[in-house]
Design a binder for this molecule. Sequence first.
Ligand SMILES: Cc1cc2nc3c(=O)[nH]c(=O)nc-3n(C[C@H](O)[C@H](O)[C@H](O)COP(=O)(O)OP(=O)(O)OC[C@H]3O[C@@H](n4cnc5c(N)ncnc54)[C@H](O)[C@@H]3O)c2cc1C
Length: 218
Amino acid sequence: MNVKLLTYTPSPDWVCATAAGMCTHRGPSTRVLRAAMKSGHTSVAEHAAFTFEIRGISRVTLQQLVRHRHASYSVESQRHVTIESLTEHCVIPESFDRLGVDVRPLLAELQHTYELLMAAGVPMEDARYVLPEGACTSLVLTMNARELRHFFRLRCCNRAQWEIRALADAMLVLCRQAAPVLFERCGAPCQCGEPCPEVRGCGHPRTPETAEVPDAGD
Ligand SMILES: Cc1cc2nc3c(=O)[nH]c(=O)nc-3n(C[C@H](O)[C@H](O)[C@H](O)COP(=O)(O)OP(=O)(O)OC[C@H]3O[C@@H](n4cnc5c(N)ncnc54)[C@H](O)[C@@H]3O)c2cc1C
């Protein structure tokens, strides 16, 4: 997985602090923005947008990601882009290796079938039906800070599936660098010092620093 923050609204904290200050004629300040976030006056966070380039996530994770509706997505098309090598471009869960299950021969077989289908004249949009959910994809994603905060609350939780949690963690680190006030008290409820809302908690509350950026290089 490779996650980059491509661009964002300049001075996002200041823009949202200005919006918060406008409501009460108190002017833009960190204090006003913090108070707005704390009180739930989070619509002011809609004034800052963040655009990410995300490469190498599985279609499993894409499916979970696009359930978040207040966002814009531009996803690599399997109708126009062929997969060159499934063994290299498929997310293989760590549990497979840990339990000694090697799915690479199956992936090579699927790759072979995929190529046979296209060679036989099957359109790419049909040949893709044999590709697995683990197949990698890439996308550009834009969310505003309000939706990002909501996304982090759900997806940084230990109860979220590991791949989307890793993605959310990486995005949160990048957002905090760009807008430290908007994202300072943010993440899973336990990361914000709040009680766990889960019926059955994981028993391992996270700290605000738990998030890491996996493979933030090129
Ligand atoms: C741990 C976990 C397990 C999950 N398991 C499943 C599962 O088994 N099956 C499954 O189908 N999904 C599952 N989901 C997905 C989940 O149900 C949501 O679809 C997803 O998390 C998106 O969140 P959201 O609806 O808050 O959405 P967003 O689209 O991010 O919306 C943000 C907020 O906007 C408001 N909103 C958006 N659209 C509407 C609307 N049409 N009407 C009213 N209010 C709206 C809501 O307040 C919403 O919370 C799971 C999610 C998590 C985190």
